[in-house]
Write a protein that binds this ligand. Structure first.
Ligand code: FE
Ligand code: FE
Ligand code: ZN
Length: 306
């Protein structure tokens, strides 16, 4: 007798269970991790994230307040690649320092942004598929138009033909003179970038909620808007944070998952949304490592697709 496809699927289901079946059918792995200190190297981060149940992580390319990056350690890097392959660690996310501000009125601040980003990308080219996230910047009084012009100038000067790293613009809450509060501003930056296949977006849930995008009551409406203005194909990563501040407050204060104004239900919807479920999610919540472990466990229980 011949089995039809559904018979086989049922047999597999009863023997192997839902997880294996979803995997065989191309079901996906939940890509979840958190921000980690890079002080023990890439391999240290790799071991740490596996130890707390995650499979990807974010780290600062250098001290978040700027300064020099750690010396490149090729042995650590190769050790990490091997460890990552064996342990299913997905693409990791590098975060630029907060002091990097290509939209500044000050020449020396923009010069630092250039040197820092150029150097960070240089290092990241060691990877095959690095993601490099930065805050577009604050125009510090010279206006959004001039700020955006400077950001585009920086990107076009550090990006080069054949580069493997993808640079991500982070969506911002809009505090002070921050650029990147609206999808339109992000779109204008992308429009000015020459190497369009190497530019993307990292959506921060705390920031967009503070910026006035109602991901709690109308997630699909927000994603439609993102798609219309930027294009969802540009979305490469999610910073998964709850918020201490009310909707549309333009304030940037992260909260632990489920304890803030976004709440666990909305966050569960976000990780399970069919348009988002395949993306890597990075926690930047105010936690120690044990707190991250608990949040990762909670989110893995809430994820329906694996
Ligand atoms: Fe950030
Ligand atoms: Fe963020
Ligand atoms: Zn933030």
């Amino acid at each position: 007798m011949r089995y039809r496809r559904w018979d086989l699927i049922l047999i597999f289901y009863s023997f192997l269970g839902r997880k294996v079946l979803l995997y065989l059918l191309g079901g996906n792995v939940f890509k979840i991790g958190c921000h980690l200190s890079i002080s023990n190297g890439f391999l240290g981060c790799g071991k740490e994230i596996i130890g707390i149940g995650g499979n990807t992580f974010q780290y600062f390319s250098r001290n978040p307040q700027g300064g020099k990056a750690r010396d490149w350690d090729q042995k650590d890097f190769l050790g990490f690649l091997e460890f990552a392959k064996n342990n299913g660690i997905d693409v990791i996310l590098t975060h630029a320092p907060y002091t990097l501000n290509p939209a500044s009125a000050k020449d020396e601040v923009r010069e630092f942004a250039y040197i820092c980003m150029k150097d960070d990308i240089n290092r990241l080219e060691n990877f095959d598929n690095a993601l490099y996230n930065f805050h577009p910047g604050s125009h510090t009084g010279i206006g959004v138009d001039k700020g955006i012009e400077y950001i585009i100038e920086l990107l076009n000067s550090v990006m080069f033909d054949g580069m493997k790293t993808t640079i991500l613009l982070e969506t911002m809450s809009g505090k002070g003179s921050e650029i990147g509060r609206t999808f339109e501003e992000i779109r204008r930056i992308i429009d000015g970038v020459k190497l369009k296949d190497r530019i993307g977006v990292c959506l921060d849930t705390c920031h967009v909620y503070s910026a006035g995008y109602d991901i709690v009551n109308d997630l699909d409406g927000v994603l439609d808007e993102f798609d219309n203005i930027i294009g969802l194909d540009r979305l490469k990563a999610i910073h998964l944070n709850d918020s201490k501040m009310p909707f549309n407050s333009n304030k940037d204060r992260h909260e632990c998952i489920g304890l803030g104004t976004i709440g666990l239900d909305a966050i569960t919807n976000i990780i399970n949304n069919p348009r988002l479920k395949d993306l890597p999610f990075y926690l930047e919540t105010p936690n120690d490592i044990n707190g991250y472990k608990k949040e990762i466990e909670l989110l893995k229980e809430s994820y329906k697709w694996d």
